[in-house]
Ligand binder design. Structure first.
Ligand code: SME
Length: 157
């Protein structure tokens, strides 16, 4: 099965499991688990959440992988850049990205996708890291953006 088809299958599985679930944390945990189980090129998969007490800072949420850093200010590293702009970033070589936060030395490339709530406000970012260089492409972007777009739909504000 190709990447695009796998993303579609995982999107359906996530939707089925989170159906009726009102906890955002439970939804993040479900998506992170099913995604990381599905793809061999994933090394670290997780969400950094906008801290309601510090709205310009991300705090680590549910993740699968080695120890992640706890907090990332908006504008810092790849996650912080995405939190600031609200736009997906694919980084082929994290060592060439200014300000990259090296939580794990084995990470070589990554993709970070914003997650918005139903009101259109940034709620989190999804960070997927790989040990392989340049492994994330348009299929990952399309697949992950589709999942992140519907992840918080139906959660009471
Ligand atoms: N890759 C991130 C930092 C978080 S960890 O790698 C888990 C970044 O530079 O934004």
């Amino acid at each position: 099965m190709g990447k695009a088809a796998t993303y579609e299958r995982i999107a359906q599985e996530i939707a089925a499991v989170i159906d009726g679930e009102t906890s955002a944390i439970a939804r993040y945990a479900t998506a992170g688990c099913l995604l990381s189980e599905a793809f061999a090129h994933y090394y670290w998969t997780g969400f950094y959440l906008v801290d309601p007490h510090k709205p310009d800072e991300l705090v680590v949420g549910p993740y699968q992988g080695t120890l992640g850093c706890l907090r990332i200010p908006f504008g810092k590293g790849v996650c912080g850049a995405v939190a600031k702009t609200g736009k997906t970033l694919i980084v082929k070589d994290v060592h060439a990205f200014p300000g990259h936060i090296a939580c794990d030395v084995l990470t070589n490339s990554e993709i970070v996708v914003p997650v918005f709530d139903e009101a259109g406000k940034l709620a989190a970012v999804l960070d997927v890291d790989s040990t392989q260089l340049g492994v994330f492409n348009q299929d990952d972007k399309t697949g992950l953006e589709a999942i992140c777009k519907t992840l918080l739909v139906g959660i009471p504000q």
